[in-house]
Ligand binder design. Sequence first.
Ligand SMILES: Cc1cc2nc3c(=O)[nH]c(=O)nc-3n(C[C@H](O)[C@H](O)[C@H](O)COP(=O)(O)O)c2cc1C
Length: 254
Amino acid sequence: MSIAAIFFSPTGTSKKGAEAIAQILQNDAESIDMTLNKEYKKRSFSENDVIVFGAPVYSGRMFKGVKDRLAAIEGNNTPCIVTVTYGNRDYDDALLELSDMVKAKGFIPIAGAALIGEHTYGKIQVGRPDGEDIKEDRVFAQKILAKLSAGDRSEVVFPGNIEYKNSEGSAGGKFRPLTNDNCTNCGLCAEQCPENAIDKGDYNQIDDDKCIACFRCIRICPVQAKHMETPEYMTFAAEFTKKLAQPRINEYFM
Ligand SMILES: Cc1cc2nc3c(=O)[nH]c(=O)nc-3n(C[C@H](O)[C@H](O)[C@H](O)COP(=O)(O)O)c2cc1C
């Protein structure tokens, strides 16, 4: 039996939840990071394996590129746990969409969760998932273990609209990070950009069509050269932070 966490996680919050759950199921669970847009090794899982999927909510949906990345992954009646992480606004149809996506690939969602993570924009639920969230994830994972050991592989039906919102799906956000004079041309941002949107010869240049505004480049830049400190963004971020101040709770389904 192999247990793996498979995730798309530009700023690392979805990774935390998926890995926390997978590690309770098996302490040496594999981590398969599908954040980058590249050719992934084909993987096929059996009915004896268990996969924990994780991805962020983008505009109430899955980012379109998640489906492309999952092309390399195949289940064969493989039980799975679907988790989405969202920034305290709402997860809308994203959990249902991820569940439908993996079902089409041969997985059986026997549990799932909509988890709170720090929002990419503004200062919303900063630091989440925190220690308390991870504790809750672990309690949930213990319940999954009990379900599995009872031989119960019943599928969970998740909330959401059958006709998902935003019919086009999510292509990401509209903000385009800038680069300041701190840049040392180390190239990390371009290497780690999930959609290869940053020009490898000129890190100032961002391909508008490719960038998904995930802000991974801002989070990982070792010298804080990538930023989004425009007056428009700062105004938006302050208002958004105020609007989403009331914390929501993690929701677990089994
Ligand atoms: C383009 C974009 C759209 C987002 N849409 C939503 C949303 O609809 N609802 C929400 O609560 N959070 C939304 N968020 C916040 C992310 O879901 C949240 O920050 C998540 O924790 C990021 O996951 P990651 O760290 O795994 O990349 C959005 C973030 C981005 C970048």
